[in-house]
Design a protein around this ligand. Structure first.
Ligand code: HEM
Length: 338
């Protein structure tokens, strides 16, 4: 069968917008999860799961019960929406490797995260394990979010607009190393931040920019853990500035990468500002949620950059024929980059 006979159906409006709802939902679920942990509400339903204090709908007048029960309801609702979205995408567009990978990451981490969340109610986990939860929640959100981004890109590309997919075939290996290196560093910095929080070290340096009046307070004890968190932030600021500098040459030829690096740099600055505010507030709930809200945007941004440097399958060689009103070769003719 010649390439000319292949045809594509652009992703429908419904699946794309379900993806947007699922992504926002995963963001909210993560935020409420953090609120749950930070306010010490994880046991608001007692050691019961799936019931809450032995009831289907508990008495919600206690704030910890309200937060924990709200978290469970939101997780259940949005995880269901996200799973329906990802299965739909797999069934309909599963021939694209991106769809397979992001749907499996999304579904896999929703399952792992829910299982760990349920187990955390029953068993007491050590800080290194608790810190892993955070990363899994972020990966689930990123899987759903990138799948949504990809469907929007695919839709635009099939309709003949350049949506960034075609760019991906022209990424230098130096750029790939920069982006992947920044992603790995960011993930580790996030893990460390979470470990610091679970070790109860967040208030060890209640001043900023100095830690208890010292430029170098040392690496031992809780102060050391908190200080390393700050050093990791400085490292991330340098790395994101370096990435932006590296990508400045692609400002017009790869606007997807340049813009991603631009927003990453400012997200890291925002992360540091909200971190300083959090330290000065003695880890109050509002500043904490602000630190987390920025963190998730930052991680989503660097994950998007990873998508944009993974080589795309040649789009004119689909694996299967699909019926459509927009033949792919015709769509490509409108798109000199593809
Ligand atoms: C730019 C990189 C940064 C990243 C990626 C980052 C990430 C994180 C993460 C993941 C947490 C733990 C959330 C949790 O699991 O509860 C956290 C907590 C925290 N971060 Fe950061 N952070 C950064 C910068 C900073 C800076 C510069 C400061 C201070 C100047 C700071 C101060 C704090 C404090 C005080 C906590 C609270 C710990 C607690 O709950 O006890 N962060 N951060």
């Amino acid at each position: 069968m010649s390439a000319k006979q292949y045809q594509f159906i652009p992703p429908s409006r419904s699946i794309k917008w379900l993806g947007v709802i699922a992504t926002i939902g995963m963001y909210i679920v993560n935020m409420v999860g953090f609120l749950d942990t930070q306010t010490g509400s994880a046991l608001g339903c007692g050691p019961d799961w799936p019931l809450c204090n032995g009831q289907v709908i508990p008495n919600l007048r206690n704030i910890h019960v309200l937060i924990e029960f709200g978290h469970r309801v939101l997780v259940g609702g949005f995880a269901l929406i996200a799973t329906i979205f990802m299965i739909w995408a797999l069934v309909r567009y599963g021939k694209w490797i991106e769809v397979k990978v992001f749907a499996l990451v999304g579904i896999g981490f929703i399952v792992v995260q829910s299982a760990l969340g349920a187990l955390a109610v029953v068993f007491v986990n050590p800080p290194p394990v608790l810190a892993l939860h955070l990363g899994f929640g972020l990966l689930a959100m990123v899987g759903v979010g990138l799948l949504t981004v990809f469907l929007f890109q695919l839709d635009a590309q099939i309709k003949g607009r350049n949506a960034g997919i075609a760019f991906r075939r022209h990424t230098s290996s130096a750029t790939k190393k920069w982006v992947w290196g920044t992603w790995i560093y960011t993930y580790l910095a996030i893990y460390w931040g979470s470990y610091v929080a679970f070790r109860g070290a967040g208030e060890a340096c209640p001043s900023w920019p100095l830690c208890n009046g010292k430029v170098f307070p040392g690496f031992s004890g809780l102060v050391g853990l908190d200080f390393i968190h700050r050093l990791a932030a400085v490292g991330l600021a340098i790395l994101s500035a370096g990435l932006l500098w590296h990508l400045r040459q692609y400002k017009t030829s790869r606007p997807d990468l340049y813009r991603g690096a631009f927003w990453l740099f400012w997200a890291v600055i925002a992360q540091i500002v909200t971190g300083a505010n959090l330290a000065l507030s003695h880890v109050a709930t509002g500043p904490y949620l602000l630190h987390i809200a920025t963190l998730m945007l930052l991680f989503a941004d660097i994950s998007y950059l990873v998508l944009q440097v993974v080589p795309a399958e040649p789009l004119d060689e689909p694996a299967k024929k699909q019926s459509s009103d927009v033949p792919w070769p015709q769509a490509q003719a409108h798109n000199p980059q593809a």
